[in-house]
Design a protein around this ligand. Structure first.
Ligand SMILES: [Zn+2]
Length: 261
């Protein structure tokens, strides 16, 4: 089922984000990669460019100097996104956003939680491609972050999928495995934030996507915030009725992104 895919300098070594040192290392290099392009990350002095620091570690490949963050380990477990589902997605995009395309040029990231306890159950739901609100394609998300911190990529971030009404034309969707078990919806997001491996893996994934697509922290939002986004657009007049990831927990999540060593 799984193929491990490395990206952007991932050296194929031990799992990252298993401890504070790995997190600090990951976050420390963000300012280098972004050149100050994102907010809230300039609390430490700028680091020298990778080409300088890598000279001290000649055994390290130039693509993976020690002070530049490796991409998070992402397990590729793609849904069968065949021509039919792409065509359904393009038709949905035409109806709701006015352009017939399945391609995504992401400028936002929307956080979700799964309302289920296992990765397997949410994956099979997304794989089923069942109509939602009477329309194809089925719902999906680009990534699912499991409770142990495993990051699964279900759909490449350059393809659209249905996770957030009004923002599927601009947003990558990330699901965290978590059910609310009858609690207040904010409780579920708080469980994710309190689960260190899962929260830090999610932060690492978001930072990786921010670097890749130049997405600012303020464009990382929760599903519950989608209707109020400036980018929200739905030509059919649809609105979200989901309550996952409300603003206080999203602000707390963004603080993980902004943490400087
Ligand atoms: Zn959601």
């Amino acid at each position: 089922m799984v193929v491990v895919r490395g990206e952007g300098g991932y050296a194929g070594g031990a799992r990252r984000l298993v401890g504070a040192a790995a997190v600090v290392l990951t976050l420390a290099g963000v300012g280098v990669a972004l050149g100050g392009g994102l907010v809230g990350r300039a609390e430490s002095p700028p680091k020298p460019p990778p080409s300088v620091t890598s000279a001290a570690t000649p055994s390290t490949p130039p693509s993976a100097p020690l002070d530049v963050p490796a991409a998070p380990r992402i397990v590729s477990d793609h849904l069968a996104f065949e021509a039919a589902r792409k065509a359904e997605t393009a038709a949905y995009s035409l109806r709701h956003y006015g352009v017939r395309t399945a391609r995504l040029q992401p400028s936002m990231i929307v956080l979700h939680y799964t309302e289920s306890d296992t990765y397997a159950s949410v994956r099979s739901l997304f794989a089923a491609d069942l109509p939602n609100r009477g329309e194809a394609p089925g719902t999906c998300a680009h990534y699912v972050v499991d409770q142990d911190g495993t990051i699964h990529e279900l759909v490449p971030p350059t393809l659209r999928c249905r996770h957030t009404v009004g923002l599927n034309h601009v947003a990558i969707g990330i699901e965290f495995v978590q059910a609310s078990h009858g609690h207040d919806p904010r409780w579920a997001a708080q469980q994710v934030l309190a689960r260190r491996a899962q929260a830090l893996a999610g932060a690492s994934l978001v930072e990786h996507l921010q670097r890749r697509f130049d997405i600012p922290d303020q464009a990382v939002i929760g599903h519950a915030m989608a209707n109020d986004s400036k980018a929200f657009r739905d030509l059919e007049g649809w609105r979200n009725d989901h309550v996952d990831w409300q603003q206080p927990e999203v602000v707390a999540f963004r603080r993980l992104l902004a943490t400087a060593p």
